[in-house]
Design a protein around this ligand. Structure first.
Ligand SMILES: C[S@@+](CC[C@H](N)C(=O)[O-])C[C@H]1O[C@@H](n2cnc3c(N)ncnc32)[C@H](O)[C@@H]1O
Length: 430
């Protein structure tokens, strides 16, 4: 049976979907810059409380619900720019991600197209719950069959904050029981489909994790070198450096090739999620034919006039990068060479972006020799890469300074492998 066609064709029953659709971010303040900045009207979750004091659905919005696109804290504004550029509606950067509004097709599309998203949550229901008996009763009224399948196992993760119900375990158990008794779906700790229930300020929000495995797993990077960068972070740092696919990119310490492969995919217009599976494929709202059509629309047929270059002194890293690029389908757009940073020369053609995350102090190798390495990198770029911009990701401002490069005020910082790393970037070098 083709599931969920009504969600895609528009023949949709508004009254059947959201018990209470979520209209705004919860208690978080909106953050961001440029077009993504937006004030959240006073009180966040409390804004709902007046309308949510009864068991009845107070706000039904048909195909439209809130979609929360999770990203690495620190990169919300950059993700928000990407979300807006991809045409999602009502994008607002909040702590931990970006909210948009849409239906299931937008949920699929966010998973398929957004390079900076870690995970996509469909916020399908919300209700006030002041005590466990009320939670039990209202959880049973959620129209689970509209998005969960009785034959697919599900798991529930719960959290409680600033609420009369404070026991996450009891919350999860009540919701699991509602799902099994009302829908018949089995509960399993290993289930690929997960429901996230959050009670904040007595407001219970039910979300479906539409992604499953974290979206940085694109599905084609099987080989990783030491300290690999997540694809999602690489994509957002490229964007923050102004990369839009129309200039060459060089990573002189490329490891497993993350920056270079991301840049080549962006230039070729390939969807990041084109080869992987998602949890939403196991939901009742899924429509296989519509999804296949959406997925097949990827690739803008662009044939970039330039290549994307990686080098590393480690031959094993170069072999991995080449294999990863091959699997990603961008081997023809990339060039990986084994040599030290001191032997780096700019490729022929117009200048573009050098982006690099050299070894970090606390992660691989000792700190002292790193000052010499960063110094050599800076010297090479300053003497040979006139007209190129530089983006450098590191955990120590003093290491960035050791390059001697004319960095602008620091860019975004994120937690990466237990370290706080910051992007330092320059304008075109003199
Ligand atoms: C933090 S890793 C880069 C990880 C990479 N961004 C990825 O996603 O896999 C740093 C890389 O710098 C390389 N490296 C260290 N010293 C180098 C040098 N003098 N010349 C070129 N590469 C060097 C290491 O071999 C390592 O692959």
């Amino acid at each position: 049976m083709t599931r969920g066609r009504r969600f895609f064709t528009g023949a949709f029953k508004p009254e059947a979907v959201a018990l209470l659709a979520i209209g705004v971010p919860t208690a978080h303040a909106a953050i961001g810059k440029s077009g993504c900045q937006k004030d959240v009207e006073g009180g966040g979750a409390s804004r709902y409380l007046g309308a949510m004091t009864s068991d009845t659905a107070a706000d039904r919005t048909g195909t439209d619900f809130e979609i929360f696109i999770v990203t690495a804290p620190g990169l919300e504004s950059v993700l928000c720019e990407e979300v807006k550029a991809r045409g999602f509606r009502d994008a607002t950067a909040i702590k931990g991600g970006v909210t948009v509004r849409g239906g299931w097709p937008e949920v699929w599309r966010a998973n398929l197209e957004l390079r900076g998203a870690t995970r996509v949550l469909a916020r399908v229901a919300s209700f006030r719950a002041l005590h466990l008996a009320q939670l039990d009763k209202r959880a049973r009224r959620v129209p689970w069959a509209e998005f969960l399948r009785p034959d697919v196992p599900v798991r529930v993760e719960a959290s409680c904050k600033g609420s009369r119900i404070y026991h996450a375990g009891a919350t999860a158990q009540r919701i699991e029981r509602a799902i099994t008794e009302e829908l018949g779906a089995p509960i399993s700790a290993e289930a690929g489909v997960s429901i996230k229930a959050r009670i904040d300020d007595d407001l219970c929000t039910i979300s479906v994790d539409a992604s499953g495995e974290s979206l940085h797993k694109r599905g084609h990077k099987e080989e990783i070198h030491k300290a690999p960068l997540r694809e999602t972070l690489a994509a957002l740092f490229l964007r923050h450096c102004g990369f839009d696919g129309t200039e060459p990119v060089v990573d002189p310490m490329c490891g497993s090739g993350t920056f270079v492969i991301e840049a080549a995919e962006i230039a070729a217009g390939l969807y990041p999620g084109r080869t992987r599976h998602f949890a939403f494929e196991q939901l009742a709202s899924f429509n296989e034919a519509a999804w296949q059509a959406m997925r097949a629309s990827g690739g803008n047929g662009a044939k970039p006039a330039f290549r994307f270059y990686g080098s590393d002194r480690d031959g094993g890293a170069i072999a991995m990068s080449r294999n990863n690029a091959e699997r990603a389908g961008v081997a023809g757009l990339t060039d990986f060479q084994k040599h030290a940073v001191s032997d780096l020369m700019p490729p022929e053609g117009p200048p573009g972006l050098v982006i690099v995350n050299p070894p970090y102090g606390a992660r691989i190798g000792e700190k002292k020799p790193l000052f010499a390495l960063y110094g050599a990198l800076g010297q090479t770029l300053l003497t040979r890469f006139s007209g190129w911009r530089v983006g450098l990701l590191t955990n120590e401002a003093s290491l960035a300074q050791a390059t001697g490069l004319p960095f602008q005020p620091s860019g975004p910082s994120v937690s990466h492998g237990g370290l706080r790393v910051t992007l330092h970037s320059t304008a075109a070098l003199p």
